[in-house]
Unconditional design. Structure first.
Length: 597
């Protein structure tokens, strides 16, 4: 390594002659200029698209508000004209009956007149729609065709009047029994009606053609809008890429020099200096980099000097983190977790130190994962034991007990796969020891903070809750259980787990008893046998506390029938047998004192 007193050479390959005056525009201004240009292009695209879309929308309004209503009016006029012809036939039949059906004739005359008026109104409505279109034709309207159609509809009104007159003359002749005149006028009326219906139908067809033409023009205009938008967007994209490429090129050179300097420092060349060639943020960053390297040179001198007199770890803390201080201790409600491997001694006796370390490391890795996955904080490893805790600020007060219990259940679930891996880890096929584990969880007030000496500190929890969790892990050995929790924990986690009360105990160092519970599984996951076990055990525990020894014995035996080998049931059967022979005193309250930690 070069001497820190030597002059710092520039990075190899750095251009000479460049100075801070090379760039005066900041990166933010450059990026803002690109963004402003792109926004301007987008604004042009938006205005063009808006203008074209307005034309398309206007034409759609024409089709919807004029063409289609006009076509509908002509269609209804055609229907009403046909209906009027039918009622004319009914009037003729009514007059020809002997005697004439006067009541029907009056009704048919009224309906005949109404159908005629309806036909005239529909023709007028069609002319109104066409007139509005002619008054404001827009870009795509076929004005000549609409004007011709309007004239044709106007002439239909004149023909309608003549038809009404001929129809009235026909009915008058028929009413007067002038059959000669009736036959002559009836033929004329039929011919006029057929011609009128044909003209109305032709006008309707022409209106439909014009509507379809308008719709086609609208689609063409819409396609034009899309093409124009795509072209303008493409141009905007190309311009944006060109501008971005230019800015990127202008930034790449100083960044490459800075990267080369970083690699040189990483290789140990603390005498590296990167030339500052711009006045933007890259130039500021380069200056900061040079200052940082200068500080590294100073720290390296301190390490080389004081490392000969003090522990290097102390020097690292003093130099790199001079403001390192622990948080002041404070009281918080936390959930504390202890777990321990059962059978560790039998494993350690038959393994080499390297093999033992491999097995323990694999075990701790397997059992630590559920704690981390459920937001727990691993406090320490003690041999094969793990201490962890939950609580603010790492998890909320409402979920800490639930997360701890779920972590314990996940650990138990991973125990079977770990057992299957033991033969390979230990390098043996026979005589593999039976591995199990015990877990204790307690929730309560603790003291939280950085605890330790001036040299080494650890963020940890202390207090009665920590001791209780440790005692519960040990109590699992006495009750032959795997996961024991205190009453506060089971209360806070009750909506997530299935549990049974095991006992009320007085642990070493405590003056108040604690109700303890065994976590049986997640909520809703108990099978019928374990559900029966829980119910019989609860009944047996109640009888035990009431000193009803025969009933307690029967219930605990029912527990073993449901789940043979249940540890707590066997413990209580032995305890009940003893108490039934040696009756407890009058002050007995059912609390059991644990003499072991």
């Amino acid at each position: 390594m070069s001497s820190p007193c030597a002059g710092p050479p520039p990075v190899a390959g750095a251009p000479e002659g460049e100075s801070l005056a090379g760039w005066r525009v900041t990166i933010g201004v450059k990026i803002f200029a690109i963004a402003a240009g792109l926004l301007a292009l987008m604004a042009v695209v938006a205005l063009l698209s808006l203008n074209l879309a307005r034309d398309v929308g206007k034409q759609l309004d024409y089709v919807i508000n004029d063409y289609i209503p006009g076509y509908g009016a002509l269609a209804r006029a055609s229907v009403r004209s046909v209906e009027q012809g039918l009622y004319l036939r009914r009037l003729v039949i009514g007059y020809l009956q002997t005697p004439p059906d006067t009541a029907s004739i009056d009704v048919d005359r009224r309906v005949f007149a109404e159908k005629g008026r309806a036909t005239d109104l529909e023709l007028a409505a069609a002319r109104k729609e066409i007139g509005e279109r002619l008054a404001d034709p827009g870009r795509f309207t076929d004005v000549v065709a609409l004007a011709r159609l309007d004239t044709r509809i106007e002439l239909m009104g004149v023909e309608r009047q003549r038809y009404e007159q001929e129809a009235a003359a026909t009915l008058a002749a028929l009413e007067a029994r002038d059959l000669v005149t009736f036959q002559r006028t009836l033929a004329t009326v039929d011919r006029m009606r057929d011609e009128l219906d044909a003209r109305i139908d032709a006008a309707r067809t022409e209106m439909l053609r014009l509507a379809e033409g308008a719709a086609t023009n609208t689609r063409l205009r819409q396609n034009q809008v899309i093409r124009v938008s795509v072209v303008v967007m493409t141009i905007a994209g190309i311009l944006g890429l060109l501008a971005t490429g230019f800015i990127s090129f202008s930034l790449a050179r100083p960044v490459r020099r800075l990267l080369a300097g970083t690699k040189a420092v990483e290789a140990g060349a603390l005498d590296t200096v990167v030339p500052v060639t711009s006045g933007d943020e890259i130039g500021v960053l380069t200056t900061a980099f040079n200052e940082m390297v200068a500080q590294l040179r100073v720290k390296e001198r301190i390490r080389e000097t004081f490392g000969k007199y003090m522990d290097p770890r102390i020097v690292e803390g003093l130099i790199d983190r001079p403001a390192l201080t622990g948080a002041a201790g404070e009281r918080r409600v936390m959930t504390v977790f202890f777990c321990d491997m059962k059978g560790f001694t039998s494993i350690s006796e038959g393994l080499t130190p390297t093999g033992l370390v491999n097995v323990i490391n694999h075990y701790l890795t397997t059992m630590s994962a559920p704690i981390r996955q459920h937001n727990g904080i691993i406090d320490k490893y003690v041999g094969d034991a793990i201490m962890a805790f939950w609580g603010p600020p790492f998890s909320t007060a409402e979920e800490q007990a639930r997360l701890a219990c779920l972590a314990g259940l996940d650990q138990l679930a991973r125990l079977t796969p770990f057992r299957a891996e033991l033969p390979e880890l230990m390098g043996i096929r026979r005589g593999v020891p039976e591995i199990n584990m015990r877990i204790g969880i307690a929730t309560g007030e603790t003291v939280v903070g950085n605890i330790g000496s001036d040299v080494i500190k650890s963020y940890t929890v202390m207090g009665d809750t920590v001791n209780l969790a440790s005692r519960l892990e040990g109590a699992s050995k006495a009750y032959h259980t795997r996961l024991l929790v205190d009453e506060t924990t089971v209360t806070q986690a009750g909506d997530a787990i299935e549990a049974r009360e095991i006992d009320s105990i007085l642990v070493v160092g405590k003056t108040e008893p604690n109700r303890i519970f065994e976590v049986l599984g997640r909520k809703g996951e108990l099978d019928a046998a374990r559900s029966a076990l829980r119910d019989h055990f609860a009944a047996g525990l109640a009888a035990y506390r009431g000193q009803a020894w025969p009933e307690a014995t029967a219930q605990f035996e029912a527990c073993l029938t449901a789940v043979p080998g249940d540890g707590p049931a066997r413990v209580f059967l032995e305890r009940v047998a003893h108490l039934s022979r040696h009756a407890p005193g009058p002050d007995w309250n059912g609390v059991w004192t644990l003499t072991e930690k």
